[in-house]
Design a protein around this ligand. Structure first.
Ligand SMILES: [Zn+2]
Length: 247
């Protein structure tokens, strides 16, 4: 078959750090297409077509104004439904209607490579690609993926992804970003905890030292256990700025 089915894209966070975010779904990739649609609307009319061409492995005709409006409408509906799915909330019926509406349009036809004739059009319209995206959204948000549409486990990250891992145990939007930040936090916590542990025996020794006076005094209070270290307040600022949530 022709066409790309790969998922994922590079993004840049607020600290200008580039990371690879594989959402696990091309419908979610589209949801996180960031400023592409806004750029198409304003000064870069080919931005949407270029993005779709790159991510769907098909040549896509330049987007018209109506296409961009349709793309924004579809993306917003996917966004709200994906948020609801990740929070196990009920779906809004009007958002479902939008997905179904676009999914009912003819999509990019599948094709085997190696033939001698070209069947169908060689350049896809934006409407065809949006139909393909809507159909993938139907799959993404359907019962087959219940509990696999997840929000990143980092407290300060709202990225949503489809967990395609066999054990359904993916926790982070990106290991390069939130996964590593969590590793650093855990390492720092362990390290600080270890230092605190080393100081603990001295506390015991102090308490067990002979006290002046003839009679043993009342037992002194037990040494307090060191509190767990606080996370470093200078942790990196959460990113995903250029993967702006659709409005
Ligand atoms: Zn994250």
């Amino acid at each position: 078959m022709t066409g790309s089915t790969r998922t994922g894209q590079w993004y840049r966070d607020a600290d200008d750090v580039h990371s690879w975010f594989d959402s696990g779904s091309r419908a979610l990739d589209f949801m996180y297409s960031g400023s592409v649609l806004e750029a198409s609307r304003a000064a870069v009319p080919t931005a949407l077509s270029d993005w779709l061409s790159e991510h769907w492995g098909a040549q896509v005709a330049p987007a018209q104004e109506r296409d961009i409006e349709d793309a924004i409408r579809l993306r917003s509906a996917i966004f709200r439904l994906a948020q609801a799915a990740s929070a196990h909330r009920e779906f809004d019926g009007s958002d479902i209607d939008v997905i179904n509406l676009y999914a009912a349009v003819p999509d990019i036809p599948p094709r085997l490579t190696g033939g001698t004739l070209r069947a169908g059009r060689s350049i896809q319209t934006v409407a065809h690609v949006l139909a393909s995206i809507a159909r993938e959204a139907v799959e993404l948000l359907g019962p087959g993926n219940a509990n696999r549409v997840k929000k990143c486990s980092a407290d300060d990250c709202d990225m949503i992804y489809l967990d395609t891992s066999r054990a359904s145990n993916r926790r982070w939007c990106s290991m390069q970003r939130c996964g590593n930040r969590e590793k650093v936090r855990a390492h720092r916590a362990r390290h600080t905890g270890l230092r605190a542990h080393h100081t603990e025996p001295r506390t015991h020794i102090t308490n067990l030292a002979p006290r002046p006076g003839p009679a043993p005094t009342a037992p002194s209070p037990a040494p307090t256990t060191p509190s767990p270290p606080e996370p470093n307040p200078t942790r990196p600022t959460p990113g995903s700025r250029n993967l702006s949530a659709p409005r």
